[in-house]
Design a protein around this ligand. Structure first.
Ligand code: 5GP
Length: 194
């Protein structure tokens, strides 16, 4: 088990409805030393790529992406969730359905902060059905930016997102892939990774 898998086993809680709660160390209270390690691990996996910007989506991607951006020494931009509809023109817009809240949000990135010459590393905390990543990919494509790779902290391998994104041909790196989890026993099974 790697450092993240060990932490998930120690402090993660399996909830009914295929939800893994990791809010004691990842997306509510944050273990900053763990964030640093996550940042370094993504640098190790994507450091050979010409990344000039890290992109994520609010809210829980922001803290993680900040540590990744620090490792690459580049800016980080996050897609904001927005209710207003009259923003096309100055903003790149995509529609994202939330896995945890089951509602749809428009997400926006200002055209001031995303350009055709950007080389992006896209980061998020979880990958489930892939809606959040597809929204970010769509925004990157609207800007004509290059996607150098996508980094996920926890992929739920029994949901469809990972396969969808890998089938698009991107380098997708997940630090932990959960292949099965059981809310009754609390058991979590990880995919063997190189
Ligand atoms: P997707 O768009 O891939 O279906 O879901 C990804 C988003 O939903 C992530 O940004 C994450 O915030 C949230 N999410 C999905 N599954 C889980 C989960 O099991 N636990 C938590 N805490 N968040 C999740």
């Amino acid at each position: 088990m790697n450092f993240l898998e060990e932490r998930i086993v120690k402090d993660g809680i399996v909830k009914p409805g295929n939800v893994l709660k990791v809010d004691s160390f990842l997306n509510h209270q944050m273990d900053i030393r763990l964030m640093e390690e996550i940042g370094r691990e993504f640098k190790r996996r994507f450091g050979h790529k010409p990344v000039n910007k890290v992109m994520t989506i609010e809210a829980s991607g922001i803290g993680i992406a900040a540590f990744v951006a620090r490792e690459f020494d580049v800016p980080m931009v996050f897609a904001k969730k927005s209710k207003s509809i009259n923003i096309a023109g100055e903003m790149y817009v995509a529609e994202v359905e939330s896995f945890t809240h089951k509602n749809k949000n428009q997400v926006i990135v200002s055209k001031n902060f995303l350009h055709a010459d950007d080389h992006l590393l896209i980061i998020d905390d979880f990958l489930a059905n892939g809606c959040a990543l597809q929204g970010l990919i769509s925004i990157a494509n609207s800007a004509g930016a290059t996607i150098e790779g996508l980094g996920i902290v926890i992929e739920k391998g029994f949901q469809t997102g990972g396969q969808i994104i890998r089938n698009l041909g991107y380098q997708l790196e997940s630090l932990a892939i959960v292949d099965a989890m059981d809310a009754e026993t609390g058991t979590i099974t990880f995919r063997e990774q190189k």
